[in-house]
Design a protein around this ligand. Structure first.
Ligand code: ADP
Ligand code: MG
Length: 239
């Protein structure tokens, strides 16, 4: 089985004035189709930078990133956006729902960008809401939903295009423990149905739910992607 995503010696340098920060200092990472992987690491270790690259929101300064067999490391913004819209569903810490739109209108947005017809958009948006247990909330606006429900709407929006991968950056960071449990249960379900999930978090209890944990520190993967000293880890993840 070839990897769905594969990073090879990925570096990302931010330059601010005369100061250079190596946010990623040579990351090697492989995730296969159907894997549920958590990326964990302390604040400032490079997790969001990694998410931006894995999610095709940004490109590396150096190194290669292959997604579904295609080298996306040097694409221009328009092509990158095309790959992003086709292959990736995003879930963010702040939900990022539009407050003036009902739940289903939020969920259909990626389909508007994809040029899907109006009738099909509504049917698919409602089906996605049903999948996250919110079929009866389609007409509610975000302000009429709890935090956990809003995040489930965001998960429905991430799923509505049937993406190759769901990429979530601190999806439970703004949730109380009960809503966190709901959202994590939903991720468990998606994973059981074979969806590839990459979840970024600094919370160990959240990372525990994934099949494999990848530890990032100082812009490097220090654990969880095989290699010397991690044989026990990688054999467990493949079992
Ligand atoms: P994390 O998500 O793990 O907290 P980040 O990827 O946000 O880490 O940041 C990694 C490092 O890169 C930090 O030192 C941060 O200050 C720096 N950094 C992140 N984004 C930028 C940026 N746009 N410009 C300059 N430095 C940045
Ligand atoms: Mg971050």
């Amino acid at each position: 089985m070839s990897a769905l995503l594969e990073l090879d010696e990925v570096r990302k340098i931010y330059t601010t004035g005369s100061v250079e920060v190596a946010a990623l200092a040579g990351v090697d990472l492989q995730v296969h189709e159907g894997e549920y992987v958590a990326v964990i690491g302390p604040s400032g270790s490079g997790k969001s930078t990694l998410m931006n690259i894995v999610g095709c929101l940004d490109v590396p300064t150096d190194g290669t990133y292959r997604l579904a067999g295609e080298d996306v490391s040097t694409l221009d913004e328009a092509r990158l956006a095309d790959v992003r819209n086709r292959l990736i569903g995003f879930v963010f810490q702040q939900f990022n729902l539009l407050p003036s739109l009902s739940a289903w209108r939020n969920v259909e947005l990626p389909l508007v960008y994809a040029g899907v017809s109006r009738d099909e958009r509504r049917a698919r948006a409602v089906a996605a809401l049903e999948r996250v247990g919110l079929g009866d909330r389609a007409e509610h606006r975000p302000s009429e939903l709890s935090g956990g429900q809003q995040q489930r709407v965001a998960v429905a929006r991430a799923l509505v295009t049937d993406p190759a991968m769901v990429l979530a950056d601190e999806p439970t960071g703004n949730l109380d423990s009960r809503s966190t449990a709901d959202v994590l249960a939903l991720f468990d379900e998606l994973s059981a149905m074979g969806r590839t999930i990459v979840l970024i978090t600094h919370e160990h209890e959240v990372a525990e739910r994934a099949h494999r944990r990848i530890v990032v520190r100082d812009g490097r993967v220090v654990e969880g992607n095989g290699g010397p000293g991690n044989s026990a880890d990688s054999s467990r993840s493949l079992a």
